[in-house]
Structure formats: structure tokens, C-alpha cells
Design a protein around this ligand. Structure first.
Ligand code: SAH
Length: 265
């Protein structure tokens, strides 16, 4: 029987049986002093291409930890093709956006500057760390791709024509989000959420003219930008994304089987 891994880590190394992995100072410290793991303990590792593997701690040293990869737990599977573009918001809330978008399965999380965006800088290292930690915790098989922030018009200049961009528009004409995402089921998708100050009217007008843009409404209330992100991603997942899966892909892996009333068997 396989050991139950004590934690789950995203690593950059290739994963195959017998492969050695060295962890940096921060992760070595986390395993040893925070989780109090020991030599011989098992952890799960994934790298976004080779699936998820069981690895065993070989040893700790001053500022390092080495693991040996043993057996594959899960084959790699592609997650949904769902991008999030969002105008940066203040610290705390932006961290939550990275964390929740990762949990909600976004494949790309991309800060874009719009006319009324307030923060003019984004700490991408911190944002990426939040997204990776969420990916480890929620049992994704990959971490979201997180490009450097750009001006919105730059992100749109090379836009792939087949990807529909749902523009979350707090004003102007927009289709109800559920109706719009259903119409584009099966297409690569992206959501764009504006800053706390909202989009400029001219921005919304210009965006609406682009052939791949579909303005959508998230109901009759004005949502905070972070709330709009979570609502939009959850809506897409529930209607056309991986929340619609059935069978083994419908539930988080490695959980005890339950009967129809949710009781452990
Ligand atoms: N200050 C603006 C609101 C900005 S809300 C105002 O008072 O009008 C921040 C972002 O969340 C918006 O730019 C939009 O992308 C999204 N959003 C908020 N509420 C929304 C709604 N009801 N429908 C669609 N998008 C919404």
C-alpha cells in the first residue's frame, strides 16, 4: 500500500521513478520545521506535465531537503482552458484573487492595467506564490500561467481569435453571463474584470467593438472586483467547465468512497 503523503508540492523538476529532487531553503524549512516531517516520510509532487507522484524524503541538510520520486499517483490531465484578465486591486484583495482563481481552475491569471486601475505595480512573486500554494492545496495538476502585467491594449493586440473574451461590464448593454457562456461552450475562454473604479465608458465602447469580446452582466448588483472574479469563474465552471464532469473526474481525488447520502462506506 502507498504511504499517504503528508503534503503536496509543486516542483520544477521532471518526474519519473527514481528521480532525485532537491528542495530550496524555504521548502526544506517548511517540511522540516513547520510540518515536522522526517526522513522516510512521503510527500506528493507535481510539475504540470508528468502527473502527480509520490516522493520520499531522503534527507535534510542545512537549508536543503532531497526527495526521491517513487510511484505515480495520477496521470497528467489538462485542466480547463480558462483565462482571467483583471485590473490590479489593492494588496490583500489581489492576493485572494490569485488564490481563488487558482482554486477555481483558471489556466492563466493575468493582471492588466486599465484607465482607472489604481495600483501601478504588482508584486508578481507574491502573486505567483499565492497561486502555487492554492494549486498545491486544492489538488490541481498544474499551476496557472501568470504572465507579467501589461496594459490592457497590449494584451488584446495579440489576442488569439478563437478565444472568447467575456467582458464583465458593470454598465452598458451586456448579456446575462449564464446565457453567454452556454453559447460559447467548448471554446477557449477568458474573463476580463475591471478595477474598483470601473471601466471608463470609452474603454467599454472600444472593447465591445472587438470581434472576440462578449460583454456579460453578473446581475443587478455592483460587485467588488474580487467578488466579480470569483462569481464569473464559478459560473463558467458550473455551466460549461469541469464542474460539469461526471464519474471519477467529478470529485476531488483520493477521498474515501461515500454512499449516496454522503456517508463514508
Ligand atoms: N466603481 C464602479 C464599479 C466597479 S466594480 C461603479 O460604481 O460602477 C469592479 C469590476 O467588477 C467592474 O469593472 C466589472 O468588471 C465587475 N463587475 C462588478 N459588478 C458587475 C456586474 N453587476 N456585472 C458585470 N460586471 C460587474
Amino acid at each position: 500500500m502507498q504511504d499517504t503523503p503528508k503534503t503536496r508540492l509543486h516542483v520544477d523538476s521532471p518526474l519519473a521513478e527514481g528521480q532525485a529532487i532537491g528542495l530550496d531553503h524555504e521548502r526544506a524549512h517548511y517540511l522540516r520545521h513547520v510540518l515536522r516531517l522526517e526522513r522516510g516520510d512521503a510527500v506528493a509532487v507535481f510539475n504540470g506535465t508528468d502527473g502527480e507522484w509520490l516522493a520520499v524524503i531522503d534527507g535534510f541538510g542545512k537549508g536543503w531537503c532531497s526527495l526521491t520520486v517513487q510511484a505515480r499517483r495520477r496521470a497528467q490531465q489538462d485542466g480547463p482552458d480558462l483565462w482571467l484578465l483583471f485590473a490590479p486591486i489593492k494588496r490583500g484583495r489581489i492576493d485572494t484573487v490569485a488564490e481563488k482563481a487558482s482554486e477555481l481552475g483558471a489556466s492563466r491569471i493575468w493582471p492588466v492595467f486599465t484607465r482607472h486601475t489604481d495600483p501601478h505595480r504588482v508584486n508578481m512573486d507574491r502573486l505567483r506564490a499565492n497561486a502555487v500554494e492554492a494549486a498545491e492545496q486544492c489538488e490541481r495538476l498544474s499551476v496557472p500561467d501568470m504572465p507579467e502585467p501589461v496594459q490592457l491594449h497590449k494584451a488584446l493586440a495579440d489576442w488569439p481569435a478563437e478565444r472568447v473574451l467575456f467582458l464583465c461590464a458593470e454598465s452598458g448593454s451586456a448579456r446575462p453571463v449564464a446565457e453567454a457562456v452556454r453559447d460559447f461552450a467548448g471554446r477557449p475562454a477568458a474573463f476580463l474584470v475591471g478595477p474598483e473604479g470601473g471601466f471608463a465608458k470609452s474603454e467599454l465602447d472600444d472593447l465591445s467593438k472587438l470581434p472576440f469580446v462578449v460583454p456579460v452582466g453578473l446581475g443587478p448588483r455592483v460587485l467588488r472586483a474580487d467578488t466579480a472574479v470569483f462569481a464569473a469563474l464559478a459560473c463558467w465552471q458550473a455551466l460549461v467547465g469541469d464542474w460539469t464532469a461526471s464519474g471519477g473526474d467529478a470529485r476531488p481525488p483520493f477521498r474515501a468512497a461515500e454512499d449516496a447520502r454522503g456517508q463514508p462506506i
